[in-house]
Design a protein around this ligand. Sequence first.
Ligand SMILES: Cc1cc2nc3c(=O)[nH]c(=O)nc-3n(C[C@H](O)[C@H](O)[C@H](O)COP(=O)(O)O)c2cc1C
Length: 210
Amino acid sequence: MADDLATSAIPGVSDQDGDPFRLFDLWFAEAQDSEPNDPNAMALATATPDGIPSVRMVLLKEHAPEEGFTFYTNAQSRKGTEIRANGHAALLFHWKSLRRQIRIEGPLQEVSAERADAYFHSRGRDSQIGSAASDQSRPLPTRATYLARIEELAARFPEGDVPRPDHWTGFTLRPDRMEFWLDRPNRLHDRRLFTRRPGETGWADTLLYP
Ligand SMILES: Cc1cc2nc3c(=O)[nH]c(=O)nc-3n(C[C@H](O)[C@H](O)[C@H](O)COP(=O)(O)O)c2cc1C
C-alpha cells in the first residue's frame, strides 16, 4: 500500500499510544527485534558550564515514565565531571535497521546508593572488577598497569561480589523534550516533538518540518 505522505505516521498525544513513553516503548521493542547489536545503546551529550559539548555512547539500563532514562558510569570520568558541573544532558537513539531516531533532553539526577549497588552487583564479577579498577577517562600509562590493578582487586576480593566504588553510579535523565523521527519516502521525513507541560502533568506535541 502506498505510504500516505500527507499524514503523520507518529501518533500524537490525542491518539491512542500517543504518550511519548508509550511510543518509546513501542519503538524500543521493535529495535530489540531488529537491531543486530545493543538496541539500548544511546549517545549521551553533556557540556561544560560554559557550553563546550562532548558526546559518547552509553547503555540504557532502566526506564520508567515517572522518572526517566537511567545509565551507569564512573562519576569521575569526563562525562561525570561535566554532569556534576552542568546537570543538563541529551540522549540520542538511532536505530539504523528501522531508520528511526529519538532525541531526549532534560535534567539529570544521580540514583540512590542502594540502586547503584543493586545494578553494580547484578553484573558479572569480572565486570565489577574491571570497572572498579578503571580510572575511566584518565590517562593510562600502559595496558599492563590496568591489568595489574585488576589482578590486585581479584586477589583482595577472591570470590563473590566486589564492593562498588562510591564514584561508580547511575544517572537518570528526566525528559522535558522527546522528539521522534521517522524515515519517509522522498526525504519527506516525519518528526513529532513532545514537550512536558510546565507545572502540569502531561505533554504537548507538535509536528516539525523535517
Ligand atoms: C555501545 C557502547 C556502549 C557503552 N556503554 C557505556 C556505559 O553504559 N557506561 C559507560 O560509562 N561507558 C560506556 N561506553 C563507553 C563510553 O562511550 C566512553 O568511552 C566512556 O564512558 C568514557 O566517556 P567519557 O570520557 O566521556 O566520560 C560505551 C561505549 C559503547 C561503544
